[in-house]
Design a protein around this ligand. Structure first.
Ligand code: ATP
Length: 322
């Protein structure tokens, strides 16, 4: 059930992966993943815990090598060759607690080839720009968890990477910091940076991403645009009529459902207008009409199955409860 990637997209690809496989001690963590992420896109890897998201991202980064398949980052088969163009926020957060914020950012930049002094200067500017000017001289251990995570994210960006890879970046952030992170991701993409992030929260992928790979059990049953995923399921029509009976009933699709004054049915392929004409001519007395497009959640259920969708929700509930 492979989808064409970003139909008729002519942009060059930041990430291209074919048939990535990774096994650990006999278990297959990633089982034939294909990805195509256009330059400048915000792209989500969406799936429950244990689905293979981190393993996929680590293969893209070159932290681990695939057992099978190839990945190309900006056309390079060896991600290490272009490590300076990549920024990476790992799932396990952590900075040296005794470092000052600006030094921590400079240190992360230095790991990606940015001279220390320049990293420190940019670090200070970034901290100021993100409302953390007061923390420049503070040690990491003096910060709240959310602030420390923001500092780490700034360290991920300080060398101005062309590709930013974020593993579960929204985890552990409160709603305000999640909103700030969304803005940062959008700003990066607006500036031409490609952003790929993993998440088990559907609405983060839906709100932000133009493309998404749905991953479950190490397989990617769908990779393509979010819009095309949503379009797999016909929009649902809700119609309220004054009259209950009449010739016009014949104009409704055979699979309609009736609840009181309301009818529910999938939007016909011919669109709503021919039916509306029949309803008007038949004096059905239309009281209200709404057409609801499927969301990414419905698409996820359709693609990955209800069990995988439940697993996502359970991960989410566990995190909120944590
Ligand atoms: P999570 O958000 O929980 O990390 P994930 O989707 O990122 O989930 P992965 O971390 O990629 O999933 O793990 C996929 C599977 O591979 C899991 O069953 C995990 O236990 C296994 N796995 C991952 N890394 C290793 C490893 N180094 N050694 C053995 N098994 C591993």
């Amino acid at each position: 059930m492979k989808q064409p990637e970003m139909d008729s997209d002519t942009r060059p690809l930041a990430i291209e992966a074919h048939g990535l496989v990774k096994r650990f001690d006999g278990t297959t963590a990633v089982d034939g993943v294909d990805l195509a992420v256009p330059e400048g896109a915000i792209y989500g890897i969406l799936g429950p815990n244990g689905a293979g998201k981190t393993t996929t991202l680590r293969m893209i980064l070159g932290i681990i090598d695939p057992d099978e398949g190839v990945r190309k980052i900006f056309g390079h088969e060896r991600p290490h060759d272009i490590a300076k163009m990549i920024g990476y926020l790992p799932e396990e957060r952590g900075l040296y607690p005794s470092m000052k914020c600006d030094d921590a950012i400079a240190f992360m930049g230095a790991l990606r080839g940015l001279p220390k002094a320049e990293g420190k200067k940019r670090g200070r500017e970034l901290l100021e720009a993100h409302g953390l000017g007061h923390a420049i001289e503070k040690q990491i251990r003096q910060l709240s968890k959310g602030m420390a995570q923001t500092v780490q994210l700034l360290g991920t960006l300080v060398h101005q990477p062309k590709l930013v890879i974020l593993d579960e970046p929204f985890s552990g952030l409160d709603a305000i910091n999640q909103g700030k992170l969304e803005t940062m991701i959008r700003d990066l993409a607006a500036g031409g940076t490609t952003v790929i992030f993993s998440t088990h929260v559907i609405h983060h992928a839906e709100r932000l991403c133009e493309g998404v790979a749905i991953i479950a059990g190490g397989k990617v049953p769908y990779a393509g645009s979010v819009e095309a995923a949503r379009d797999r399921i016909p929009a649902q029509v809700r119609l309220e009529t004054r009259e209950r009976e009449g010739q016009w009933l014949g104009a409704l699709p055979a699979d309609h459902r009736r609840e009181g004054d309301f009818f529910y049915f999938p939007l016909p392929e011919t669109g709503i207008e021919p039916m509306l004409r029949a309803l008007i001519e038949g004096n059905a007395g239309i009281q209200s009409l709404s057409i609801e497009r499927a969301g990414l959640h419905d698409a996820f259920v359709d693609i990955a199955g209800a069990a995988a969708a439940r697993a996502l929700e359970e991960d989410n509930a566990a995190e909120i409860g944590a």
